[in-house]
Design a binder for this molecule. Structure first.
Ligand code: NAD
Length: 255
């Protein structure tokens, strides 16, 4: 049985992960990291702690769905107590992402801004279209529930990065994430990433390729958050015996 530790245990995804682990014989919920008191009960065998060191030591693999600050704190300790990590937290700043890269020299880390197979596939298709339809205007639109804190979503930024890579562009040079006022005509290489927020939407990502006379829109809808929890557990099983390094969901799915 794979001993899994959950970081972000009281969150929307964290709670689903715990339910999923408790429902499957393949996994054991070895430890959960909590800042405050848990509002629900866990098996007596599960270690509940706010000590990073103990948390990391007591599991075979850690799954993190928390916040950028929390992920940073986890990585700083993990550098001294390496452990296979599956990180799903989005909105990491450059420094934290570099820390994640550094940490991956001493432990295997899978980082995915979206743990669904469908979005992994979407990224693959989007790369193909962005490079084949070179003259198309790329506009990405994402829609999420009202509680989401970061914008644009990590998934939308990953899709934009895929498009930029496919066209040999630096994303920072061509991305815009809003239009307002007399801004003039669209720039040729622009990649727009726009965010909508509302209701309880789990996540919709649409990548549009706009040409004269036609357009192609590729859309992924997540209809349940369980998709992300299940995906993260699949990734945990995959990464646990891997060599040190930074892996993507595409690596795991061999896409
Ligand atoms: P949430 O706000 O419901 O839960 C966040 C959890 O992190 C809570 O348990 C909270 O206590 C904990 N946390 C926050 N700051 C902390 C800190 N400083 N120290 C310790 N713990 C801390 O959020 P959520 O909807 O569960 O999403 C969590 C993260 O996962 C977000 O970044 C979100 O964008 C991302 N996410 C990723 C995917 C994916 O597939 N990769 C899917 C959905 C959400």
């Amino acid at each position: 049985m794979l001993k899994v530790g959950i970081f972000g245990a009281t969150g929307r995804i964290g709670r689903l992960l715990i339910e999923e682990i408790l429902n499957h014989n393949h996994f054991t919920l070895s430890s959960v990291y909590v800042r405050n008191e848990l509002q629900y009960s866990l098996p007596s065998s599960t270690l509940i702690t706010r000590d990073f060191h103990i948390f990391l030591q007591s599991s075979d693999v850690i799954i993190d769905f928390s916040s950028p600050e929390a992920t940073r704190a986890l990585l700083e300790v993990a550098l001294h107590y390496p452990k296979p990590l599956v990180i799903g937290t989005t909105g990491l700043d450059n420094d934290t992402y570099h820390l994640l890269e550094e940490a991956s020299h001493t432990m295997p880390i899978l980082y995915a801004t979206n743990m669904s197979k469908g979005v992994a596939m979407l990224n693959k298709i989007v790369a193909l279209v962005a490079s084949a339809l070179k003259e198309s205007d790329i506009e990405i639109c994402e829609l999420h529930h009202r509680h989401k804190k970061d914008a644009p979503s990590g998934t939308a930024l990953s899709l934009a990065q895929t498009c930029a890579n496919a066209r040999g562009l630096k994303l920072d040079d061509v991305r815009i994430s809003g239009r307002n006022g007399m801004i003039g005509a669209r720039k040729e290489q622009e990649i727009a990433v726009m965010s909508l927020r509302g209701g309880d939407v789990c996540g919709r990502h649409s990548v549009g390729f706009y040409l004269d006379g036609e357009y192609l829109e590729l859309t992924h809808n997540a209809t349940s958050r369980l998709t992300f929890a299940k995906g993260a557990l699949d990734m945990a099983s995959w990464i646990v015996n891997k060599q040190n390094g930074l892996y993507s969901i595409q690596d795991a799915l061999m896409l």
